[in-house]
Design a protein around this ligand. Structure first.
Ligand SMILES: [Zn+2]
Length: 252
């Protein structure tokens, strides 16, 4: 039996109207994804309203409900205020939220995935390389959820990969050595700089992206490669991809 009231950290990844004045929230918590209700949160007098914004990292007090648990208190830990004023950054946050939403089931406990989401939102808030923060997030989230792309060993024969590798197989789940390159006709050509970037992001901590100076072409290639791989896992594109592409094509 769970306690009637419990406290958890959470990131709010989805929000919709519910009933007369309530909001239905989707949370990512260390205990997994959870759908909860914020009662009366659409009333102007609600004390909760300002504390349950999308993408907020909060400490929540919840009461166990018959179907959905109910938020009774919220204390903001990180508001990530800067990303809200920047279309590219907010687009990336929508994408990060949608990706974890689509890849996880409710109540699948995964603390590393939760912590990754928090650190990624922090990077999307202030990093000079928000797109690389998103690539880092994709690579590591896929890893935590059992879809780690193989970038150090051939996805077919498991042989250690050298810089000669120049094909990525979405179906095989990673890069291919030259001998196995022809085993998947749908494998994507991969340049050495893009291969190196992906390997770097998979092996280094998130803050290492601040040191990187990567050309737009290589950034675009790495993005496309992971997009094809993720599309194969989810069997379709995420809705936020179209928005992200639109804002990225704008010149500011
Ligand atoms: Zn091989």
């Amino acid at each position: 039996m769970r306690d009637r009231v419990y406290r958890t950290e959470a990131v709010i990844i989805r929000r919709s109207d519910f009933g007369e004045a309530d909001r239905l929230l989707t949370l990512i918590t260390p205990l997994g994804k959870r759908r909860v209700v914020a009662k009366g949160a659409r009333k102007t007098t609600s004390r909760l309203a300002g504390h349950i914004e999308l993408f907020t990292h909060a400490s929540l007090l919840l009461a166990v409900g018959r179907n959905l648990d109910i938020i009774t208190q919220s204390m903001i830990l990180h508001g990530f205020d800067q990303l809200r004023g920047d279309l590219r950054r907010i687009g990336a946050a929508y994408y990060a939220a949608e990706l974890i939403d689509r890849l996880t089931e409710e109540d699948d406990e995964n603390r590393p995935a939760f912590e990754l989401l928090v650190t990624t939102l922090a990077a999307l808030d202030i990093s000079r390389n928000p797109d690389l923060a998103l690539r880092f997030y994709e690579l590591h989230l896929l890893g935590y959820l059992g879809y780690r792309p193989q970038l150090y060993h051939c996805a077919v024969c498991q042989e250690a990969l050298t810089e000669e590798a120049n094909r990525f197989s979405p179906a095989g789940g990673g890069a291919l050595c030259p001998r196995c390159a022809s085993t998947d006709r749908a494998a994507i050509p991969m340049s050495l700089p893009a291969f190196k970037l992906l390997r770097f992001l998979q092996a280094q901590p998130l803050d290492a992206i601040e040191r990187l100076n990567i050309s737009p072409a290589v950034r675009a290639e790495a993005e496309q490669l992971l997009r094809v791989y993720i599309r194969r896992i989810l069997e379709r594109d995420l809705k936020s991809v179209a928005f992200l592409e639109e804002v990225n094509s704008l010149t500011f």
